[in-house]
Design a protein around this ligand. Structure first.
Ligand code: PMP
Length: 351
């Protein structure tokens, strides 16, 4: 009888949203982009030769790093890429949050932050959002070992202006401040222009949402060369080959089609604005959304029951059974016709 069980790591993992295998559902639960990736991405897929599978990928991810540096007007030594922004964020936790002081993040935010903190042994303190679910920037002036928050925040979809982020960064010159901009392209104000001014600011973005490539897993961050060098040192201490060669080629193709990117983002924003209106008519309220999702409540309905009933009808949304937000649903913006199915269901449901 071995006693190996006593040496197992005990962790409480992050629980991702459901990925139903059936394609015959209205899937509004994981903030994916309902539009296909840019046409050039599928063309690049067809052009992949066997060498891109036979050989190890470029460990520096050079082609994608160069394209990102050009697109965002920064140096190649200011860009780091990873297997989704989850990978970039996890490496950032291991690289920058190495203090005995607690790191700070909001109480209602991306549920992966406390999981990484626990996994990597990083002490943390959560700070309560205000009654309107806004981040209270004054709270981020206390001693800390680092700061992280999404902007727009999740699951609230509330975005704050660049000046708000700048105040937090400027007041914390002794900490690395990580701004998770997974949803920024849908109307948020990016902190990227601040990177040249603040060497302690790291801006993290993803190809999963605005570039329709959640399945490919590409994330990146931009910061001072010193931060990027530190990230690379940790990455190369862990796994040299992160992005695979197909992901590098397809991600680069996605980045090259700026017009398609703008067009799909605009469509999603238009559908979101319509959703605010239509859900409002059905008795739902919530904060003004700036991501590709809405966070809504209806005082006449139980959110947990509605979540289950929607699911039975083949409409998947996200529900968090957590203090302060258990009366809310998070609804990703889908195709206009998918949203119609949602409004149709809700219109009948309320009666
Ligand atoms: N940050 C936030 C706030 C998110 O909601 C998500 C999506 N689950 C991510 C990061 C990670 O996205 P990805 O790994 O697909 O880039």
């Amino acid at each position: 009888m071995g006693n190996w069980r006593k040496n197992l790591r005990q962790v409480e993992p992050y629980v991702p949203g459901e990925q139903p295998r059936s394609l015959d559902v209205v899937k509004l639960n994981t903030n994916e982009n309902p539009y296909p990736p840019a046409p050039g991405v599928l063309a690049a897929l067809g052009e992949l030769g066997p060498d891109s599978l036979r050989r190890y990928p470029d460990p520096t991810c050079g082609v994608l790093v160069r394209e990102l540096a050009a697109r965002y007007g920064v140096g190649e030594d200011q860009v780091f890429v990873g297997v989704g922004s989850d990978d970039v964020l996890a490496i950032a936790f291991q690289t920058f949050f190495h203090s005995s002081q607690p790191i700070l993040f909001p109480d209602i935010t991306y549920a992966f932050y406390p999981v990484w903190a626990s996994l990597f042994g990083v002490p943390y303190r959560t700070l309560a959002l205000d009654a309107d679910f806004r981040i209270r920037k004054e709270d981020y002036c206390q001693p800390n070992g680092g700061i992280i928050f999404p902007n727009p925040n999740a699951p609230t979809s509330i975005g704050e202006p660049r000046s708000f982020v700048e105040e937090i960064v400027a007041r914390n010159p002794d900490s690395v401040v990580v701004v998770d901009e997974a949803y920024v392209d849908f109307g948020g104000e990016s902190a990227l222009p601040l990177v040249s001014q603040y060497d302690n600011l790291l801006v993290v973005q993803t190809f999963s949402k605005s570039r329709s490539l959640a399945g490919l897993r590409i994330g990146f961050c931009i910061g001072s060369p010193e931060l990027i060098q530190a990230l690379n040192a940790v990455k190369y201490s862990f796994n040299s080959y992160t992005l695979n060669e197909p992901a590098l080629a397809l991600g680069t193709a996605a980045l090259r089609d700026e017009a398609y990117f703008r067009e799909t983002v605009e469509k999603i924003v238009a559908t979101r604005e319509e959703a605010v209106e239509r859900l409002g008519q059905l008795g739902f309220t919530g904060p003004r959304p700036l991501g590709n999702f809405l966070f809504v409540t209806n005082p006449a309905l139980s959110a947990s029951r509605l979540f289950q009933d929607l699911r039975k009808a083949g409409i998947f949304v996200r529900y968090f059974d957590k203090p302060r937000i258990r009366d809310y649903l998070r609804i990703s913006v889908g195709m206009p016709e998918e949203m119609e199915k949602l409004y149709d269901f809700l219109g009948k449901y309320a009666q």
